[in-house]
Design a protein around this ligand. Structure first.
Ligand SMILES: *Cc1c(COP(=O)(O)O)cnc(C)c1O
Length: 396
């Protein structure tokens, strides 16, 4: 071994075992080295008893999977490179040509777009149901229905559904099927993050999250997860996940693990700040309605009060239709601490105007401008002052 490259690559030094730091190590791999051919042939990764290839897990990704499963009150977890790829993983693992998927009309938009473009191209149909009306779900379940997405609250407009009633509707349909091809339920639990309520206690079969949001908390990493309690569902997800090649990087996994240490504190602090701002906003001139599940009068408030113990950092505002949409855009432009941008649960407060009638099929009763706010980690008084100065100009 006189060649320098060979000497450096096959260097004999190994650090001692027993380095016990607070943070788990960041392991990165495509290749994992086997000690002998027998191990190469027999090493198992699906039960986390060993390692075979970076795509199939590292010590770092196994740790994050275990922690997310614990937070959500589930048993098994798979990681995906974004929240949206976790959504599409669930769809691809459980839907086949000829199946039908039911999605809440107020679901996360790209979930609907994946169904209407990609799934449709593979012969999988979908319909939207009114998540505030379990009898609408009951009416839409057909013999072809295989999967029902749930989301609590709905994206953008934040209506909180009666999750146990929606799950019971699916269970009734399954009982009538004699166990043949049961309809599965998957909850997009990004908003609750496993903090506000337990998805499995409310009856969901699968809980998917954008770890991009609360678990990361940094607005600097994309990742998703799907947690189950049922081992056979997990195995099905795991095999589709492997065949799709959905890897996550060690560095990104480290960022999420780091974020998890403060997640419960951040959730609590952002919840309190958001309720304070949403309540204040409700009393301001020019504001027709504030949507936030913890505000009495917000759609589904009673469901939220019964089933959840916390609320995330989002609220939406319907402005008086006397303001033009251009005036509402100018209000957003005038905000200094609330930046314009997508996503939420990071350190910086964000806002974005939406055209609600263009993102759903159900009639939207309001004519005025609509803005969704995501509250970050800044002081509430500073955020309130920022909203006040922009509102003063709007109302001037
Ligand atoms: C952000 C978000 C997603 C998607 O997460 P990405 O990591 O951005 O792909 C899915 N569902 C909800 C409710 C979200 O807010």
């Amino acid at each position: 071994m006189s060649d320098l490259s060979t000497q450096l690559i096959h260097h004999p030094y190994r650090p001692p075992e027993g380095f016990d730091a607070v943070a788990p190590g960041v392991h990165k791999a495509s290749t994992v080295i086997f000690p002998h051919v027998q191990a190469l042939r027999t090493q198992e990764w699906k039960d986390k008893s060993g390692y075979t290839y970076g795509l199939h897990g590292t010590p770092t990704t196994f740790i994050l999977e275990e922690r997310i499963a614990t937070i959500e009150g589930g048993r098994f977890c798979v990681l995906a490179p974004s929240g949206l790829s976790a959504v599409s993983l669930v769809d691809m693992a459980f839907l086949r040509q000829g199946d039908e998927l039911l999605i809440p009309d107020n679901a996360y938009g790209p979930n609907k777009a994946f169904a209407s473009v990609e799934l449709a191209a593979w012969g999988i149909t979908h319909r939207y149901y009114d998540a505030q009306n379990p009898s609408d779900l009951a009416a839409k379940i057909s013999p072809a229905t295989r999967l029902v997405w749930l989301e609590a609250p709905g994206s953008i407009t934040l209506e909180f559904p009666d999750l146990p009633a929606l799950v019971a509707t699916v269970q009734q349909a399954n009982a009538a099927r004699d166990g043949e091809r049961p309809v599965l339920t998957a909850l997009d639990n990004t908003w609750g993050a496993g903090v506000a309520f337990n998805a499995f206690d409310l009856g969901a079969d699968m809980s998917m999250q954008a770890l991009t949001k609360y678990p990361s908390g940094g607005a600097d990493v994309l990742m998703g997860s799907v947690v189950t309690r049922d081992e056979s569902l997990h195995q099905q997800l795991l095999m589709t996940h492997m065949r799709l090649g959905l890897g996550v990087s060690g560095n990104d996994t480290e960022l999420v693990l780091r974020g998890l240490n403060t997640m419960a504190l951040r959730y609590q602090a952002q919840d309190a700040a958001t309720r304070a701002l949403a309540t204040w906003m409700q009393a301001q001139p020019g504001v027709v309605q504030v949507l936030h599940p913890a505000l009495p009068g917000s759609p589904g408030h009673a469901n939220w009060r019964r089933d959840a113990k916390a609320a995330a950092c989002l609220f939406s505002v319907v402005f008086d239709p006397r303001f033009s949409l251009a005036q509402v855009d100018a209000f957003c432009d005038r905000l200094k601490l609330f930046k314009l941008g997508w996503s939420w649960a990071g350190p910086i407060s964000l806002c974005a105007p939406y055209s609600v009638s263009s993102i759903r099929t159900q009639a939207w009763p309001h004519k005025g401008g609509f803005v969704r706010f995501a509250v970050g980690l800044e002081a509430v008084d500073d955020l309130r002052a920022d909203l006040a100065q922009a509102l003063a100009t709007l109302n001037a």
